[in-house]
Write a protein that binds this ligand. Structure first.
Ligand SMILES: [Zn+2]
Length: 196
């Protein structure tokens, strides 16, 4: 029976166990909201999402419908089985105090790195489990000369992705609090997640 959608408030983290064969849906309820996302083999959390394996296997830097998210070991963790947004990032990583300082010369206390750290503690995990992540609903176009940057995604409210678990997966996400680039339209909003 499908579970009820859970609302993840603006700027907050969330995590959950997605059992093999279950589907995790992440919905950008209000539009233009980046969702930073990590995933692990729940039966061996040392085996983490690998952006590089994912990019290399599919031969493309963007994540979208059909993308398999691989672990370090090469184990498939999740497959994108539906995607109404079209293109998501996995090269830009999450926001953190250090990279906000480097990029925008600001000191902040809210960041996806902090959210990840807080959420991972629930599972006895720490910052060593934070790896380059997927940024759902975030647009980072890579141009012919290699230049890249966060662009406005201009996604319609209600855009969603559905991810099928290929093994038991621990999913950890941060509803991004970033205010210094267009990834959240300068107005972080709640999202919805559910597992069925
Ligand atoms: Zn962020």
């Amino acid at each position: 029976m499908p579970n009820q959608p859970m609302i993840v408030d603006a700027k907050q983290p969330w995590s959950g166990l997605v059992k093999r064969g279950q589907v995790l849906t992440i919905k950008d309820t209000h539009g233009q909201q980046a969702v930073d996302f990590l995933c692990y083999n729940a039966d061996n959390t040392a085996d983490r999402y690998s952006a590089t394996n994912t990019v290399k296997v599919q031969g493309n830097v963007y994540v979208g419908n059909g993308t398999v998210l691989y672990a370090d070991s090469g184990k498939p963790l999740l497959t994108v089985i539906e995607d109404t947004a079209g293109r998501h990032d996995t090269i830009y990583g999450c926001c953190s105090n250090p990279n906000n300082k480097l990029r925008y010369d600001v000191e902040t206390t809210e960041s996806c790195y902090t959210n990840f750290t807080q959420e991972l503690q629930k599972y006895g995990m720490d910052v060593t489990s934070i790896v380059p992540n997927v940024n759902w609903f975030m647009s980072v176009p890579v141009l012919g000369d290699g230049s890249a940057g966060v662009a406005e995604a201009a996604l319609k409210p209600g855009s969603y992705v559905k991810l099928r678990a290929e093994c038991n997966v621990l999913a950890v996400l941060s509803n991004c609090p970033q205010m210094h680039n267009p990834c959240n339209g300068y107005d972080p909003t709640p999202i919805e997640v559910w597992i069925d």
